[in-house]
Design a protein around this ligand. Structure first.
Ligand code: ADP
Ligand code: MG
Length: 703
């Protein structure tokens, strides 16, 4: 039997790779073994032989090549979306060629009425097929090199190119390797999966991904390799989840008692939203099931997660258990403590607060009352993780803004009991479904997708720098109506000094336009002492300052309902989730709030898209989804701490959502039937899981 180990052979054993080349491949591309080279996939392909007819094009095709004439140029759109368009025609139809920049050069170089060859990736816009930024070549120039089929293109680095390790060289090495070992590449999926889901065999797929003869073959190879990549990630998560639930019994919170009922009937200040009711049902079901709950609760800022947390804790208390909430900052822990104390007024429940600033005496008291069971709910920060914080019967742990905590920290909370408590993690950073399935694939997910009634949606507008006077006029009117304004400047580590210059220039301009004594302006940034910061914040909080100028350092917990305008300077430099978070600082009161995005006149396509999305929607999930499409998963908040290897080799969580759902179902079915992969036909699963995840044992242990 051929095993995968064979592929661990050092790359130096490949013909054409000496020690020097090996070193470069190691350092620049992380290629150490045969397997690494085989799995170093091309990033695109160029088909030099096949010409498509325009009528055959569809947006699912990879790079294509067509032959035809430019019929005429014109422009479409305006502002940042402005683009040059050419109608390109062959004898079967017309498509649009589109350029967002370099239009002048294009119109000067490619004339109408001459035959050209166009390469590119077909896309679709407004129901019309187009090619954005195509490569164009005169017909005669190309005729000379019509030899190979789809040519794989590999990314390389400058250093590699200097060593003559170009895309072509890599292709050659891969070809040599495949010839040497083609029949020794063992299959990595069970035979029944390969046949049931009509997948290309691994050895075939690895060959065709590097040397496809046509797009259909390539697509099949890509499908197989993506399938496998996503499948094993899901299988690992689900195996972990299943084994956990087999291993640990959960405390059974069978009844809802006096504390919950008392609160619900006498203290609840409003009726629950439908989303809150639904989520409570999901949580109650978990708590009563006899399995340990591991649930992620997602809901935008202000959606009412605290109430859900509190009611869940009351159920724990009613069943004789203690509960705790851990928040990432003292401000948030304090806020929870105050809110919850108020909500529980008149009900006989003992609550306490433990943070880094808690005094020794009160720590001692807390420690004692935890052990003698007189303390019911403990709220705090990382301080909860300290060893001397011992509960006598912790039944439920709630973690707020979980992405701010590392995996190890969360695990420490979990270990505070012999039996693991139920765990509810909450986040206000919406995570697209595909990402949640991967990041938190071993958790159950609840979503509050509805804000409490009466909130007025924030209006978002976009202005160029040249329209600044309009914005100042607007601010003046808002101040006249006694509202307050935030003005936020970006702060990026690499260009900090430039950023501070922007901030200071902004301060100068705004002080001139809004002069003292009529106007009061306050400023907060990271270079100030905390005493100065606090004083500036207080001026604004107390309603004395009309405008607060700040960098993004303004604290998360800041909640000033009277501030109704958020002006974001150089909005094009912020990521989508950051823009959305900043916008969330307004819209907290009863008045209409506004978010004003300022930018330079020239915007990259992506920046324009980000701004467009911000204007279009206030929905955090929609924004997160777009963010994922635009940036890829590696940059989304929370993924870095997750420990999940996000450098997926071929699948793309932004684009392969459907496939992900599909493989998750398949993985679910397998894990349900055979959780330990003991069945002979699943032997491959066992060995692959070991090979793939033995170094990552702990990462899915998120709670
Ligand atoms: P978050 O989800 O950001 O933690 P909070 O729990 O702090 O949101 O709730 C935000 C605000 O909405 C609070 O002032 C809270 O009292 C209020 N709230 C929560 N649920 C409801 C509801 N069902 N009806 C009206 N107001 C609610
Ligand atoms: Mg909250």
């Amino acid at each position: 039997m051929i095993t995968q180990d064979f592929l661990d052979t050092n790359i130096t054993y490949l013909t054409g790779v000496g020690p020097k080349r090996a070193e470069f491949l190691n350092k620049e591309l992380n290629i150490f073994t045969f397997r690494d080279l085989l799995y170093y996939f091309p990033y695109k392909y160029i088909d030099r032989t096949r010409f498509y007819k325009i009528a055959e094009l569809d947006p699912d095709l990879p790079f294509v090549q067509i032959r035809g004439e430019i019929k005429g140029y014109y422009t479409e759109g305006h502002g940042p979306g402005k683009r040059l368009v050419a109608d390109f025609q062959d004898d079967t139809g017309t498509i649009k060629l589109v350029w967002f920049k370099g239009g002048k050069w294009i119109t000067g170089t490619y004339t109408t009425g001459i035959e050209y060859i166009v390469f590119g990736k077909p896309g679709v816009f407004n129901g019309m097929i187009n090619i954005i930024h195509p490569e164009i070549e005169a017909t005669n120039k190309q005729a000379e090199r019509l030899n190979s089929a789809l040519q794989a293109q590999y990314s390389t680095t400058e250093k590699l190119k200097n060593q003559f390790l170009t895309s072509k060289t890599i292709s050659k090495l891969t070809g040599t390797l495949l010839k040497q070992i083609k029949f020794r590449i063992p299959e990595t999926l069970p035979a029944y999966l390969v046949s049931r889901y009509r997948l290309t065999e691994l050895r075939e797929a690895l060959h065709k991904i590097h040397f496809p003869s046509n797009p259909e073959e390539l697509e099949k190879a890509r499908h197989r390799l993506k399938f496998e990549e996503l499948f094993y990630i899901q299988l690992n998560l689900l195996r972990f989840k299943t084994n956990r639930s087999l291993k640990f019994k959960g405390f059974v919170f069978s009844s809802v008692g006096d504390k919950f009922n008392n609160f619900y009937h006498h203290n609840l200040p409003f009726s629950l939203t439908e989303a809150q009711k639904r989520v409570m049902k999901e949580i109650r079901k978990d708590l009563g099931s006899g399995k340990q709950m591991n649930r992620l609760l997602q809901g935008d800022v202000g959606s009412g997660k605290t109430l859900v947390a509190l009611m869940s804790m009351l159920i724990a208390l009613d069943n004789g258990y203690q509960a705790c909430i851990m928040a990432p900052t003292e401000i948030l822990a304090n806020q929870h403590f105050q809110t919850i104390t108020k909500l529980l007024a008149g009900i006989d429940i003992k609550i306490d607060l433990l943070t880094g600033s808690s005094k020794k005496a009160s720590r001692k008291l807390i420690a004692e009352s935890l052990l003698n069971k007189s303390l019911h709910i403990l709220i705090g920060t990382h301080a909860l993780l300290e060893e001397n914080v011992q509960f006598s019967n912790l039944g439920l742990v709630i973690i707020d803004e979980q992405h701010r905590f590392g995996v190890a920290q969360r695990a420490r909370l979990w270990q505070k009991n012999l039996n693991p408590p139920h765990v509810l993690v909450m986040t206000a950073t919406p995570i697209p479904r595909t990402l949640a399935m991967t990041l938190y694939g071993d958790l159950d997910v609840s979503v509050i997708d509805e804000l409490p009634p009466g909130r007025i949606p924030i209006k978002t507008m976009h202005f160029n720098d040249s329209e600044r006077n309009k914005v100042f006029g607007f601010i003046r009117n808002q101040i006249a109506e006694r509202r307050q304004i935030y003005v936020v400047y970006p702060l990026i580590k690499e260009s900090e000094s430039m950023d501070y210059k922007d901030l200071e220039d902004g301060w100068d301009t705004i002080s001139r336009v809004f002069p003292a004594p009529k106007y009061c302006i306050s400023i907060v940034h990271g270079k100030m002492t905390s005493a100065d910061k606090e004083m500036s914040m207080k001026l604004f909080k107390d309603g004395i300052a009309h405008i607060l100028i700040a960098t993004t350092v303004i604290e998360v917990g800041v909640d000033i309902p009277n501030a109704t305008v958020m002006v974001i300077e150089s909005a094009e430099r912020f990521g989508l989730s950051q823009l959305h978070q900043l916008r969330g600082r307004v819209g907290r009161g009863a008045d209409q709030s506004y978010c004003i995005l300022m930018s330079s006149d020239k915007l990259s396509r992506e920046a324009a898209k980000r701004i467009e999305v911000m204007i279009k929607t206030n929905d955090g999930f929609e924004i997160a989804e777009t963010d994922l499409q635009l940036r890829g998963p590696g940059d989304i908040e929370g993924t870095q701490q997750s420990g999940i290897p996000f450098d997926l080799k071929i699948a793309d969580l932004g684009k392969d959502g459907q496939l992900l759902e599909y493989v998750r179902h398949i993985a679910e079915e397998i894990v349900t039937k055979d959780p330990q992969f003991e069945d002979d036909k699943n032997a491959i699963l066992r060995s692959e899981m070991k090979r793939l995840f033995s170094q990552h044992q702990s990462w899915s242990n998120v709670s």
